[in-house]
Design a protein around this ligand. Structure first.
Ligand SMILES: Cc1cc2nc3c(=O)[nH]c(=O)nc-3n(C[C@H](O)[C@H](O)[C@H](O)COP(=O)(O)OP(=O)(O)OC[C@H]3O[C@@H](n4cnc5c(N)ncnc54)[C@H](O)[C@@H]3O)c2cc1C
Ligand SMILES: NC(=O)c1ccc[n+]([C@@H]2O[C@H](COP(=O)([O-])OP(=O)(O)OC[C@H]3O[C@@H](n4cnc5c(N)ncnc54)[C@H](OP(=O)(O)O)[C@@H]3O)[C@@H](O)[C@H]2O)c1
Length: 248
């Protein structure tokens, strides 16, 4: 049974009509970068709880979550109405295995995301620990429209901090825009466009691929990597090249 603590919302940022971030303070136990908490509200006398990835580094007490309002969703539209000063329940202990401890050493670490799936990578990179074992890290954020690239300024700031070790690539699927590739992650891997834009290769011999966000993107990319690149799911008992987290 999860232990719940009360969090106090300190800030809400509305990025677009459907994307927003919640900052809150809550007496949680320390989490590992890449993990998620559950947030809950009482809705009509019923406690509704859902998983949300931490974006902040574990040593930062300003807990931060990045959300999309799912039309007709039970909880996300309610969370979208929160304001500074409101209370929200948070699990005291975080959960999840989408963490660097589960990723083997390699030359190129690919962090691929759609939508709010960028979250765990922002936590891992803001913390910055245990990254010496990768020569290159490639952070990819794929969204529908350019306006959905809410964390691009933070991604650019991290790129500067890492001084050449971190490369950043954005992908926009529903409009043409400068500095972004157009299309979807699996198609851009299949036709080689992603690797040529970044200048690094994604091969079983040199890479590990992390996938986070839309479950169909995760499945399609896993299948492509297996069929085209011979890259398979990484398990503790059977090492491979792909680690993933699906959001629904
Ligand atoms: C490990 C994990 C981490 C997660 N982290 C985040 C996060 O950081 N930010 C975030 O916004 N969500 C995240 N989610 C999804 C989140 O837990 C909820 O599922 C989401 O907020 C919808 O809840 P709801 O009650 O509003 O919708 P529900 O009433 O539960 O409706 C669910 C339906 O909405 C759709 N859906 C669910 N999540 C999404 C989504 N993110 N984008 C598009 N469609 C969706 C699916 O069709 C799903 O069947 C995560 C999920 C998991 C399992
Ligand atoms: N983002 C918005 O502005 C917006 C507005 C209103 C409502 N919503 C709702 O919010 C929810 C989430 O939207 P979202 O934009 O955050 O997430 P999303 O629908 O998962 O889209 C994010 C990115 O993932 C891509 N994608 C989808 N399926 C894929 C697949 N099988 N393989 C590879 N890539 C794939 C999308 O490409 P495609 O564009 O090709 O699908 C898009 O570039 C949805 O329920 C949506 O209806 C979103």
């Amino acid at each position: 049974m999860a232990n719940w603590v009360t969090g106090k919302v300190t800030n809400i940022t509305n990025w677009t009509d459907s994307l927003f971030s919640i900052k809150l303070r809550a007496p949680i136990e320390r989490f590992t970068a890449g993990q998620f908490a559950k947030l809950a509200l009482e809705v009509g006398g019923e406690r509704i709880q859902r998983a949300y990835s931490y974006i902040n580094a574990p040593n930062d007490d300003n807990l931060e979550f990045y959300l999309v309002t799912v039309p007709k969703g039970k909880l996300s539209p309610q969370l979208a109405t929160l304001q500074a000063g409101d209370e929200v329940l948070v699990t005291e202990q975080a959960a999840g295995f989408f963490v660097l401890d589960e990723v083997p050493d390699c030359q190129n670490l690919w962090m691929l995301s759609t939508g709010t799936g960028i979250g765990p990578y922002l936590s891992i990179l803001q913390q910055g620990n245990d990254l010496e074992r990768f020569e290159n890290i490639i952070l990819v954020h794929a969204v529908r429209r350019e306006q959905d690239l809410s964390y691009l300024p933070l991604m650019r700031q991290l790129q500067k901090t890492f001084q050449g070790k971190l490369r950043v690539q954005t992908i926009v699927s529903r409009e043409q825009c400068q500095n972004s590739l157009m299309g979807r992650i699996p198609a851009l891997i299949e036709n080689g466009e992603m690797e040529s834009a970044i200048g690094l290769t994604m091969q079983a011999e040199n890479s590990h691929v992390m996938l986070c966000g839309n479950p169909q993107m995760v499945r399609d990319t896993q299948q492509l990597l297996k069929e085209q690149r011979g890259m398979i799911k990484h398990l503790r008992r059977k090492p491979g090249h792909v680690t993933s987290e699906q959001y629904w």
